[in-house]
Design a protein around this ligand. Structure first.
Ligand SMILES: O=C(O)CCC(=O)C(=O)O
Ligand SMILES: [Fe+2]
Length: 538
Protein backbone atom coordinates (compact mmCIF):
# COMPACT_ATOMS: atom_id res chain seq x y z
CA UNK A 1 0.00 0.00 0.00
CA UNK A 2 1.23 3.50 -0.75
CA UNK A 3 2.36 5.43 2.27
CA UNK A 4 0.64 8.71 2.91
CA UNK A 5 3.23 11.44 3.10
CA UNK A 6 2.75 13.75 6.01
CA UNK A 7 5.19 16.25 4.52
CA UNK A 8 3.83 18.82 2.17
CA UNK A 9 5.36 17.62 -1.08
CA UNK A 10 6.08 20.40 -3.54
CA UNK A 11 7.60 18.13 -6.20
CA UNK A 12 6.08 17.92 -9.64
CA UNK A 13 5.70 14.15 -9.31
CA UNK A 14 2.97 14.68 -6.74
CA UNK A 15 -0.11 12.73 -7.74
CA UNK A 16 -3.12 13.72 -5.66
CA UNK A 17 -5.17 10.74 -6.73
CA UNK A 18 -2.57 8.30 -5.48
CA UNK A 19 -2.42 10.04 -2.14
CA UNK A 20 -6.20 10.16 -1.81
CA UNK A 21 -6.57 6.50 -2.76
CA UNK A 22 -3.97 5.43 -0.22
CA UNK A 23 -5.73 7.45 2.46
CA UNK A 24 -9.10 5.94 1.57
CA UNK A 25 -7.69 2.43 1.63
CA UNK A 26 -6.57 2.79 5.25
CA UNK A 27 -10.32 2.94 6.14
CA UNK A 28 -9.27 4.78 9.24
CA UNK A 29 -9.97 8.31 8.16
CA UNK A 30 -8.43 11.45 9.54
CA UNK A 31 -8.43 10.05 13.05
CA UNK A 32 -6.24 7.20 11.79
CA UNK A 33 -3.72 9.73 10.44
CA UNK A 34 -3.60 11.52 13.73
CA UNK A 35 -3.24 8.27 15.66
CA UNK A 36 -0.22 7.43 13.48
CA UNK A 37 1.53 10.40 15.07
CA UNK A 38 1.75 12.87 12.19
CA UNK A 39 2.65 16.44 13.02
CA UNK A 40 2.21 17.82 9.49
CA UNK A 41 -0.94 17.24 7.50
CA UNK A 42 -0.75 15.50 4.08
CA UNK A 43 -0.93 17.72 1.03
CA UNK A 44 -4.35 16.38 0.00
CA UNK A 45 -5.79 18.32 2.97
CA UNK A 46 -4.22 21.63 1.98
CA UNK A 47 -6.84 24.17 0.97
CA UNK A 48 -6.35 27.35 -1.02
CA UNK A 49 -5.38 30.20 1.29
CA UNK A 50 -8.56 32.14 0.61
CA UNK A 51 -10.67 29.17 1.79
CA UNK A 52 -8.98 28.86 5.13
CA UNK A 53 -8.63 32.55 5.83
CA UNK A 54 -10.13 33.36 9.18
CA UNK A 55 -11.79 36.70 9.30
CA UNK A 56 -12.13 38.13 12.80
CA UNK A 57 -15.54 36.95 13.89
CA UNK A 58 -17.92 39.80 13.29
CA UNK A 59 -19.34 40.89 16.62
CA UNK A 60 -21.89 43.09 14.90
CA UNK A 61 -23.88 40.04 13.82
CA UNK A 62 -25.43 37.28 15.91
CA UNK A 63 -27.16 34.23 14.51
CA UNK A 64 -30.76 34.53 15.83
CA UNK A 65 -31.68 32.38 18.82
CA UNK A 66 -35.39 31.56 18.90
CA UNK A 67 -37.29 30.23 21.90
CA UNK A 68 -39.83 27.56 20.98
CA UNK A 69 -41.26 27.23 24.49
CA UNK A 70 -45.03 26.64 24.37
CA UNK A 71 -45.33 27.54 20.69
CA UNK A 72 -47.83 24.71 20.27
CA UNK A 73 -50.06 25.81 23.16
CA UNK A 74 -49.76 29.58 23.45
CA UNK A 75 -50.88 31.60 20.44
CA UNK A 76 -49.08 34.83 21.25
CA UNK A 77 -45.79 32.96 21.80
CA UNK A 78 -46.34 31.19 18.49
CA UNK A 79 -46.92 34.47 16.67
CA UNK A 80 -43.79 35.93 18.26
CA UNK A 81 -41.70 32.89 17.31
CA UNK A 82 -43.14 32.89 13.78
CA UNK A 83 -42.14 36.48 13.26
CA UNK A 84 -38.55 35.69 14.29
CA UNK A 85 -38.47 32.51 12.20
CA UNK A 86 -39.71 34.37 9.13
CA UNK A 87 -37.02 37.00 9.45
CA UNK A 88 -34.32 34.45 10.19
CA UNK A 89 -35.26 32.31 7.16
CA UNK A 90 -35.33 35.30 4.83
CA UNK A 91 -32.25 37.11 6.11
CA UNK A 92 -30.00 34.42 7.56
CA UNK A 93 -31.12 30.99 6.40
CA UNK A 94 -29.80 29.92 9.81
CA UNK A 95 -30.97 30.18 13.42
CA UNK A 96 -30.69 28.34 16.72
CA UNK A 97 -33.65 27.06 18.73
CA UNK A 98 -33.95 26.52 22.45
CA UNK A 99 -36.76 24.79 24.34
CA UNK A 100 -37.36 22.59 21.33
CA UNK A 101 -38.53 19.61 23.36
CA UNK A 102 -35.47 17.33 23.36
CA UNK A 103 -33.71 17.21 26.71
CA UNK A 104 -30.09 18.23 27.12
CA UNK A 105 -29.31 14.73 28.45
CA UNK A 106 -30.60 13.10 25.28
CA UNK A 107 -28.60 15.49 23.10
CA UNK A 108 -25.43 14.94 25.14
CA UNK A 109 -25.86 11.20 24.87
CA UNK A 110 -26.17 11.49 21.09
CA UNK A 111 -22.86 13.34 20.94
CA UNK A 112 -21.21 10.80 23.27
CA UNK A 113 -22.45 7.92 21.12
CA UNK A 114 -20.87 9.44 18.00
CA UNK A 115 -17.61 9.99 19.81
CA UNK A 116 -17.64 6.41 21.08
CA UNK A 117 -18.09 5.13 17.53
CA UNK A 118 -15.22 7.15 16.08
CA UNK A 119 -12.98 6.09 18.95
CA UNK A 120 -13.73 2.38 18.53
CA UNK A 121 -10.86 0.01 17.88
CA UNK A 122 -9.60 0.28 14.32
CA UNK A 123 -10.55 -3.22 13.21
CA UNK A 124 -14.11 -2.86 14.43
CA UNK A 125 -14.57 0.61 12.92
CA UNK A 126 -13.16 -0.44 9.53
CA UNK A 127 -16.00 -2.90 9.02
CA UNK A 128 -18.40 0.04 8.61
CA UNK A 129 -16.20 1.95 6.13
CA UNK A 130 -17.91 2.38 2.77
CA UNK A 131 -18.46 4.82 -0.09
CA UNK A 132 -21.66 3.10 -1.20
CA UNK A 133 -24.35 5.77 -0.83
CA UNK A 134 -27.14 3.23 -0.90
CA UNK A 135 -26.01 1.71 2.43
CA UNK A 136 -28.24 2.71 5.30
CA UNK A 137 -25.35 2.87 7.75
CA UNK A 138 -21.78 3.67 6.80
CA UNK A 139 -18.64 5.33 8.03
CA UNK A 140 -16.27 7.25 5.74
CA UNK A 141 -14.01 10.25 5.54
CA UNK A 142 -15.08 13.06 3.19
CA UNK A 143 -18.18 12.19 1.14
CA UNK A 144 -16.73 13.46 -2.14
CA UNK A 145 -13.08 12.75 -1.36
CA UNK A 146 -12.10 11.97 -4.95
CA UNK A 147 -13.82 15.02 -6.41
CA UNK A 148 -13.22 17.84 -3.95
CA UNK A 149 -10.31 20.19 -4.66
CA UNK A 150 -9.03 19.54 -1.11
CA UNK A 151 -10.04 17.10 1.61
CA UNK A 152 -11.49 18.20 4.95
CA UNK A 153 -10.14 17.30 8.36
CA UNK A 154 -13.20 15.28 9.29
CA UNK A 155 -14.63 11.75 9.48
CA UNK A 156 -18.33 10.90 9.46
CA UNK A 157 -20.85 8.17 10.08
CA UNK A 158 -24.14 8.32 8.19
CA UNK A 159 -27.57 6.78 8.93
CA UNK A 160 -30.85 6.88 7.13
CA UNK A 161 -33.52 7.20 9.76
CA UNK A 162 -36.73 7.86 7.83
CA UNK A 163 -38.77 6.68 5.99
CA UNK A 164 -36.98 3.29 6.01
CA UNK A 165 -34.63 3.10 8.99
CA UNK A 166 -32.00 0.38 9.19
CA UNK A 167 -32.56 -2.60 11.47
CA UNK A 168 -31.18 -1.70 14.90
CA UNK A 169 -28.56 -4.45 14.65
CA UNK A 170 -27.09 -2.77 11.54
CA UNK A 171 -26.18 0.27 13.66
CA UNK A 172 -22.95 0.11 15.68
CA UNK A 173 -23.95 -0.79 19.23
CA UNK A 174 -22.09 2.18 20.72
CA UNK A 175 -24.39 4.68 19.01
CA UNK A 176 -27.57 2.64 18.49
CA UNK A 177 -29.32 5.11 20.74
CA UNK A 178 -29.15 7.70 17.99
CA UNK A 179 -31.43 5.69 15.76
CA UNK A 180 -34.29 6.14 18.20
CA UNK A 181 -33.91 9.88 18.41
CA UNK A 182 -35.34 11.76 15.48
CA UNK A 183 -35.43 15.50 15.57
CA UNK A 184 -38.85 17.00 15.30
CA UNK A 185 -38.97 18.00 11.67
CA UNK A 186 -42.77 18.06 11.68
CA UNK A 187 -43.00 21.04 14.04
CA UNK A 188 -40.36 22.98 12.14
CA UNK A 189 -42.07 22.36 8.80
CA UNK A 190 -45.40 23.49 10.35
CA UNK A 191 -43.78 26.69 11.52
CA UNK A 192 -42.14 27.22 8.12
CA UNK A 193 -45.50 26.68 6.36
CA UNK A 194 -47.15 29.31 8.52
CA UNK A 195 -44.20 31.67 8.09
CA UNK A 196 -44.77 31.39 4.33
CA UNK A 197 -48.47 32.15 4.73
CA UNK A 198 -49.44 28.59 3.78
CA UNK A 199 -51.71 26.15 5.65
CA UNK A 200 -49.90 24.69 8.67
CA UNK A 201 -49.63 21.18 7.25
CA UNK A 202 -48.56 22.30 3.76
CA UNK A 203 -44.88 21.33 3.80
CA UNK A 204 -45.48 18.13 5.77
CA UNK A 205 -48.01 17.04 3.19
CA UNK A 206 -45.45 17.26 0.43
CA UNK A 207 -44.17 13.77 1.04
CA UNK A 208 -40.86 14.70 -0.54
CA UNK A 209 -39.96 16.40 2.76
CA UNK A 210 -40.41 13.18 4.69
CA UNK A 211 -36.95 11.60 4.56
CA UNK A 212 -34.40 12.08 7.31
CA UNK A 213 -30.74 11.29 7.15
CA UNK A 214 -28.14 11.82 9.89
CA UNK A 215 -24.54 12.71 9.16
CA UNK A 216 -22.53 12.50 12.35
CA UNK A 217 -19.17 14.22 12.16
CA UNK A 218 -15.99 13.78 14.12
CA UNK A 219 -13.41 16.56 13.66
CA UNK A 220 -10.12 15.44 15.24
CA UNK A 221 -7.79 18.16 16.55
CA UNK A 222 -5.57 19.26 13.69
CA UNK A 223 -1.79 19.83 13.95
CA UNK A 224 -1.89 22.49 11.21
CA UNK A 225 -5.43 23.93 11.33
CA UNK A 226 -4.49 27.02 9.33
CA UNK A 227 -3.83 24.85 6.25
CA UNK A 228 -7.12 22.99 6.08
CA UNK A 229 -10.84 23.07 6.85
CA UNK A 230 -13.17 21.00 9.00
CA UNK A 231 -15.92 21.37 6.39
CA UNK A 232 -15.42 23.58 3.37
CA UNK A 233 -17.88 26.23 2.35
CA UNK A 234 -21.12 24.68 1.07
CA UNK A 235 -24.88 24.87 1.17
CA UNK A 236 -27.00 21.86 2.21
CA UNK A 237 -29.04 20.09 -0.41
CA UNK A 238 -31.84 19.26 2.05
CA UNK A 239 -35.18 21.01 2.61
CA UNK A 240 -34.00 21.72 6.14
CA UNK A 241 -31.09 20.65 8.31
CA UNK A 242 -31.21 20.34 12.10
CA UNK A 243 -27.74 20.38 13.56
CA UNK A 244 -26.51 19.46 16.99
CA UNK A 245 -23.02 20.72 17.75
CA UNK A 246 -20.89 20.25 20.85
CA UNK A 247 -19.09 22.98 22.80
CA UNK A 248 -15.91 23.21 20.66
CA UNK A 249 -17.18 25.69 18.04
CA UNK A 250 -15.90 26.47 14.57
CA UNK A 251 -19.18 26.51 12.61
CA UNK A 252 -19.52 29.74 10.63
CA UNK A 253 -22.28 31.07 8.39
CA UNK A 254 -21.86 33.58 5.58
CA UNK A 255 -24.04 36.58 6.34
CA UNK A 256 -23.82 39.87 4.45
CA UNK A 257 -20.57 38.63 2.97
CA UNK A 258 -18.97 38.05 6.37
CA UNK A 259 -18.30 34.81 8.20
CA UNK A 260 -20.24 34.83 11.45
CA UNK A 261 -19.64 32.34 14.24
CA UNK A 262 -22.51 30.07 15.27
CA UNK A 263 -21.69 30.07 18.97
CA UNK A 264 -22.42 26.75 20.64
CA UNK A 265 -25.31 27.06 23.10
CA UNK A 266 -25.61 23.95 25.27
CA UNK A 267 -28.90 22.17 24.61
CA UNK A 268 -29.77 24.23 21.53
CA UNK A 269 -30.22 23.01 17.97
CA UNK A 270 -29.11 24.87 14.87
CA UNK A 271 -31.68 24.98 12.07
CA UNK A 272 -30.79 25.86 8.53
CA UNK A 273 -32.66 26.13 5.26
CA UNK A 274 -31.39 23.83 2.53
CA UNK A 275 -31.31 24.28 -1.24
CA UNK A 276 -34.56 22.37 -1.83
CA UNK A 277 -36.55 24.69 0.43
CA UNK A 278 -34.99 27.71 -1.24
CA UNK A 279 -36.22 26.23 -4.52
CA UNK A 280 -39.74 25.51 -3.14
CA UNK A 281 -40.03 29.00 -1.70
CA UNK A 282 -38.74 30.65 -4.88
CA UNK A 283 -35.89 32.27 -2.92
CA UNK A 284 -38.11 33.61 -0.11
CA UNK A 285 -36.13 31.44 2.29
CA UNK A 286 -32.44 31.27 1.65
CA UNK A 287 -29.97 28.41 1.78
CA UNK A 288 -26.68 29.99 2.76
CA UNK A 289 -23.07 29.03 2.71
CA UNK A 290 -21.58 27.71 5.90
CA UNK A 291 -18.31 26.05 6.84
CA UNK A 292 -16.48 24.55 9.81
CA UNK A 293 -13.01 25.74 10.69
CA UNK A 294 -10.40 23.23 11.62
CA UNK A 295 -9.08 23.64 15.17
CA UNK A 296 -6.10 22.40 17.15
CA UNK A 297 -8.49 21.38 19.90
CA UNK A 298 -11.07 18.66 19.85
CA UNK A 299 -12.38 16.31 18.78
CA UNK A 300 -15.44 18.32 17.78
CA UNK A 301 -18.62 16.29 17.33
CA UNK A 302 -21.74 17.29 15.45
CA UNK A 303 -24.86 15.55 14.19
CA UNK A 304 -26.45 17.03 11.08
CA UNK A 305 -29.95 15.72 10.28
CA UNK A 306 -30.97 16.40 6.73
CA UNK A 307 -34.64 16.41 5.86
CA UNK A 308 -34.76 15.07 2.33
CA UNK A 309 -34.94 11.68 0.78
CA UNK A 310 -32.89 9.89 -1.80
CA UNK A 311 -35.16 6.84 -1.84
CA UNK A 312 -36.42 6.33 -5.38
CA UNK A 313 -40.08 6.75 -4.45
CA UNK A 314 -39.37 10.25 -3.13
CA UNK A 315 -36.36 11.16 -5.20
CA UNK A 316 -38.33 11.04 -8.42
CA UNK A 317 -40.99 13.44 -7.09
CA UNK A 318 -41.27 16.71 -8.91
CA UNK A 319 -40.13 19.73 -6.92
CA UNK A 320 -40.51 23.33 -8.00
CA UNK A 321 -41.58 26.70 -6.65
CA UNK A 322 -44.82 26.39 -4.66
CA UNK A 323 -47.59 27.68 -6.92
CA UNK A 324 -49.42 29.45 -4.07
CA UNK A 325 -46.36 31.65 -3.53
CA UNK A 326 -46.09 32.76 -7.14
CA UNK A 327 -47.59 35.86 -8.71
CA UNK A 328 -46.89 38.28 -11.51
CA UNK A 329 -44.50 40.11 -9.23
CA UNK A 330 -42.97 36.87 -8.07
CA UNK A 331 -42.55 34.73 -11.19
CA UNK A 332 -40.90 31.32 -10.82
CA UNK A 333 -37.14 31.51 -10.59
CA UNK A 334 -36.65 27.74 -10.84
CA UNK A 335 -37.96 25.14 -13.20
CA UNK A 336 -39.69 22.03 -11.94
CA UNK A 337 -37.21 19.25 -11.40
CA UNK A 338 -36.77 16.17 -9.22
CA UNK A 339 -34.91 15.71 -5.95
CA UNK A 340 -32.90 13.11 -7.81
CA UNK A 341 -31.68 15.65 -10.37
CA UNK A 342 -30.79 18.24 -7.76
CA UNK A 343 -28.97 15.56 -5.75
CA UNK A 344 -27.12 14.27 -8.80
CA UNK A 345 -25.81 17.73 -9.57
CA UNK A 346 -24.91 18.33 -5.93
CA UNK A 347 -22.93 15.12 -5.64
CA UNK A 348 -21.27 15.57 -9.02
CA UNK A 349 -19.92 18.96 -8.13
CA UNK A 350 -18.81 17.97 -4.61
CA UNK A 351 -17.92 20.53 -1.94
CA UNK A 352 -16.44 22.99 -4.39
CA UNK A 353 -18.00 26.10 -2.93
CA UNK A 354 -20.32 26.60 -5.89
CA UNK A 355 -24.05 26.88 -5.54
CA UNK A 356 -25.98 23.79 -6.47
CA UNK A 357 -29.25 25.38 -7.64
CA UNK A 358 -27.79 27.22 -10.64
CA UNK A 359 -28.65 24.64 -13.28
CA UNK A 360 -32.28 24.69 -12.16
CA UNK A 361 -32.79 28.42 -12.59
CA UNK A 362 -35.34 29.39 -15.22
CA UNK A 363 -34.14 32.88 -15.75
CA UNK A 364 -31.14 33.64 -17.78
CA UNK A 365 -28.68 33.88 -15.02
CA UNK A 366 -26.63 30.91 -16.07
CA UNK A 367 -24.21 31.74 -18.79
CA UNK A 368 -21.86 29.66 -20.77
CA UNK A 369 -18.34 30.84 -20.68
CA UNK A 370 -16.19 30.44 -23.71
CA UNK A 371 -12.57 30.41 -22.85
CA UNK A 372 -9.85 30.81 -25.38
CA UNK A 373 -6.44 29.90 -24.17
CA UNK A 374 -3.29 31.13 -25.72
CA UNK A 375 -0.62 28.64 -24.91
CA UNK A 376 1.77 30.00 -27.51
CA UNK A 377 4.15 31.47 -24.99
CA UNK A 378 4.70 28.06 -23.44
CA UNK A 379 6.14 26.50 -26.57
CA UNK A 380 5.12 23.12 -27.97
CA UNK A 381 2.02 21.54 -26.50
CA UNK A 382 3.22 21.82 -22.93
CA UNK A 383 0.66 24.44 -22.03
CA UNK A 384 -2.24 22.59 -23.52
CA UNK A 385 -1.38 19.44 -21.64
CA UNK A 386 -1.49 21.32 -18.33
CA UNK A 387 -4.64 23.26 -19.16
CA UNK A 388 -6.93 22.72 -16.21
CA UNK A 389 -10.10 21.98 -18.17
CA UNK A 390 -8.56 19.96 -20.97
CA UNK A 391 -10.21 19.23 -24.28
CA UNK A 392 -11.43 21.27 -27.20
CA UNK A 393 -15.00 22.39 -27.78
CA UNK A 394 -15.24 22.40 -31.56
CA UNK A 395 -18.69 23.95 -32.04
CA UNK A 396 -17.88 26.76 -29.65
CA UNK A 397 -14.61 27.34 -31.33
CA UNK A 398 -16.44 27.93 -34.59
CA UNK A 399 -19.07 30.07 -32.91
CA UNK A 400 -16.44 32.14 -31.25
CA UNK A 401 -14.59 32.63 -34.50
CA UNK A 402 -17.78 33.80 -36.17
CA UNK A 403 -18.45 36.19 -33.33
CA UNK A 404 -15.00 37.55 -33.65
CA UNK A 405 -14.99 37.77 -37.39
CA UNK A 406 -12.14 35.30 -37.60
CA UNK A 407 -12.08 32.85 -40.46
CA UNK A 408 -11.43 29.26 -39.46
CA UNK A 409 -8.20 29.02 -41.33
CA UNK A 410 -6.80 31.92 -39.37
CA UNK A 411 -7.09 30.03 -36.11
CA UNK A 412 -3.74 29.12 -34.76
CA UNK A 413 -2.91 25.62 -33.64
CA UNK A 414 -1.78 26.89 -30.28
CA UNK A 415 -5.27 28.06 -29.35
CA UNK A 416 -7.41 25.71 -27.42
CA UNK A 417 -11.00 26.31 -26.43
CA UNK A 418 -13.26 25.24 -23.69
CA UNK A 419 -16.69 26.00 -22.39
CA UNK A 420 -17.69 26.13 -18.76
CA UNK A 421 -20.86 27.16 -17.02
CA UNK A 422 -20.59 30.03 -14.65
CA UNK A 423 -23.17 31.99 -12.81
CA UNK A 424 -23.44 35.57 -13.88
CA UNK A 425 -24.37 36.80 -10.43
CA UNK A 426 -21.10 35.34 -9.14
CA UNK A 427 -19.36 37.75 -11.43
CA UNK A 428 -21.71 40.61 -10.61
CA UNK A 429 -21.58 40.20 -6.87
CA UNK A 430 -17.87 39.75 -6.69
CA UNK A 431 -16.42 43.12 -5.88
CA UNK A 432 -12.98 41.76 -6.57
CA UNK A 433 -13.65 40.72 -10.13
CA UNK A 434 -12.95 37.09 -9.42
CA UNK A 435 -14.53 34.05 -10.96
CA UNK A 436 -14.15 30.71 -9.27
CA UNK A 437 -14.11 27.69 -11.49
CA UNK A 438 -13.28 24.17 -10.40
CA UNK A 439 -11.23 25.46 -7.52
CA UNK A 440 -9.21 27.91 -9.63
CA UNK A 441 -9.52 31.63 -9.12
CA UNK A 442 -9.60 33.80 -12.20
CA UNK A 443 -9.21 37.52 -11.97
CA UNK A 444 -11.24 39.53 -14.39
CA UNK A 445 -9.18 42.20 -16.09
CA UNK A 446 -11.50 44.77 -17.57
CA UNK A 447 -10.63 46.43 -20.81
CA UNK A 448 -8.49 49.14 -19.22
CA UNK A 449 -6.36 46.51 -17.59
CA UNK A 450 -6.11 44.55 -20.77
CA UNK A 451 -3.47 46.93 -21.98
CA UNK A 452 -1.46 46.29 -18.88
CA UNK A 453 -1.68 42.55 -19.46
CA UNK A 454 -0.06 43.02 -22.83
CA UNK A 455 2.73 40.71 -23.66
CA UNK A 456 3.43 38.67 -26.77
CA UNK A 457 0.53 36.36 -26.20
CA UNK A 458 -1.80 39.29 -25.61
CA UNK A 459 -0.74 40.94 -28.87
CA UNK A 460 -1.40 37.79 -30.86
CA UNK A 461 -4.81 37.64 -29.28
CA UNK A 462 -5.72 41.21 -30.04
CA UNK A 463 -4.53 41.06 -33.60
CA UNK A 464 -6.22 37.83 -34.50
CA UNK A 465 -9.21 37.42 -32.31
CA UNK A 466 -10.47 40.60 -30.78
CA UNK A 467 -11.33 42.94 -33.55
CA UNK A 468 -14.25 45.20 -32.66
CA UNK A 469 -17.11 44.63 -31.98
CA UNK A 470 -16.28 41.91 -29.47
CA UNK A 471 -16.55 44.44 -26.75
CA UNK A 472 -18.05 42.22 -24.12
CA UNK A 473 -15.12 39.91 -23.86
CA UNK A 474 -13.61 40.20 -20.45
CA UNK A 475 -10.02 39.44 -20.04
CA UNK A 476 -9.27 36.91 -17.46
CA UNK A 477 -5.95 36.09 -16.02
CA UNK A 478 -5.29 32.73 -14.47
CA UNK A 479 -3.24 33.87 -11.57
CA UNK A 480 -0.35 31.48 -11.44
CA UNK A 481 -0.14 30.78 -15.14
CA UNK A 482 1.29 32.78 -18.01
CA UNK A 483 -1.56 31.92 -20.41
CA UNK A 484 -4.05 34.54 -21.36
CA UNK A 485 -7.69 33.62 -21.38
CA UNK A 486 -10.70 35.37 -22.71
CA UNK A 487 -14.08 35.06 -21.15
CA UNK A 488 -17.23 35.55 -23.16
CA UNK A 489 -20.69 35.18 -21.72
CA UNK A 490 -23.72 33.83 -23.48
CA UNK A 491 -26.99 33.69 -21.70
CA UNK A 492 -28.73 30.39 -21.19
CA UNK A 493 -32.29 30.18 -22.49
CA UNK A 494 -35.06 30.64 -19.98
CA UNK A 495 -38.57 29.24 -20.26
CA UNK A 496 -39.72 32.23 -22.24
CA UNK A 497 -41.28 33.85 -19.20
CA UNK A 498 -40.95 37.56 -19.71
CA UNK A 499 -40.18 38.35 -16.09
CA UNK A 500 -37.49 35.78 -15.90
CA UNK A 501 -35.95 36.90 -19.12
CA UNK A 502 -35.98 40.53 -18.08
CA UNK A 503 -34.30 39.68 -14.84
CA UNK A 504 -31.66 37.58 -16.54
CA UNK A 505 -30.81 40.21 -19.08
CA UNK A 506 -30.69 42.78 -16.36
CA UNK A 507 -28.02 40.79 -14.62
CA UNK A 508 -25.91 40.33 -17.69
CA UNK A 509 -26.26 43.95 -18.60
CA UNK A 510 -25.43 44.92 -15.06
CA UNK A 511 -22.22 43.00 -15.38
CA UNK A 512 -21.44 44.38 -18.76
CA UNK A 513 -22.35 47.82 -17.53
CA UNK A 514 -19.37 47.65 -15.28
CA UNK A 515 -17.18 47.91 -18.33
CA UNK A 516 -19.60 50.13 -20.26
CA UNK A 517 -20.34 47.49 -22.85
CA UNK A 518 -23.64 46.37 -24.28
CA UNK A 519 -24.59 42.81 -24.91
CA UNK A 520 -24.73 42.23 -28.69
CA UNK A 521 -28.19 41.10 -29.74
CA UNK A 522 -27.02 37.80 -31.20
CA UNK A 523 -25.60 36.73 -27.90
CA UNK A 524 -29.03 36.94 -26.36
CA UNK A 525 -30.79 34.70 -28.77
CA UNK A 526 -28.31 31.90 -29.29
CA UNK A 527 -29.67 28.50 -28.52
CA UNK A 528 -27.72 27.22 -25.56
CA UNK A 529 -29.83 24.36 -24.31
CA UNK A 530 -27.79 21.98 -26.36
CA UNK A 531 -24.66 23.13 -24.63
CA UNK A 532 -26.36 22.89 -21.29
CA UNK A 533 -27.04 19.24 -21.95
CA UNK A 534 -23.49 18.62 -23.03
CA UNK A 535 -22.13 20.33 -19.96
CA UNK A 536 -24.46 18.29 -17.75
CA UNK A 537 -23.40 15.06 -19.34
CA UNK A 538 -19.70 15.70 -19.18
O1 LIG B 1 -20.40 20.04 11.66
C1 LIG B 1 -21.06 21.05 11.51
O2 LIG B 1 -21.22 21.88 12.41
C2 LIG B 1 -21.67 21.37 10.18
C3 LIG B 1 -21.74 20.21 9.26
C4 LIG B 1 -22.42 20.55 7.99
O3 LIG B 1 -22.55 21.68 7.62
C5 LIG B 1 -22.96 19.48 7.13
O4 LIG B 1 -22.78 18.30 7.43
O5 LIG B 1 -23.60 19.81 6.12
FE1 LIG C 1 -23.98 21.79 5.98
Amino acid sequence: MTTIKSESSKDSSYDRRVEVKAFDETKLGVKGLLDSGITKIPRMFHHDKDNTEITPSNLKFHVPIIDLKDVNTNLSLRVEALDKITRACKEWGFFQVVNHGISVEVLDEMLCGIRRFHELEDEMKKTFYSRDRSKKVRYFSNGSLFRDPAANWRDSIAFFSSPHPPNPEEIPAVCRYLSNTNFDGLTMFELFSEALGLPTSYLNELDSTEGEFHLCHYYPPCPEPELTMGTSKHTDISFMTILLQDHIGGLEVLHKNQWVNVHPVHGSLVINIGDLLQLLTNDMFISVYHRVLSRDIGPRISVASFFTSSFPHYASKIVGPIKELLSEDNPPIYRDTTIEDVAAHYHKKGLDGNRSLHPFKLCNVTATMVVAVDASNRGGDEGIRDWPFGGVAGDLEEEFRVLNGVKSKEAQPWWTWKKEEIHVSDVCSSGHGEVRLQGHVFTICRSERRKRCGDDAGKVFRRRLVPPPLTLANWVRYDSCPWKLVLGLREAEGDGSGGARRRGNGRVEEMLGRSDKRLPERWRCVETNKWRREVDEE
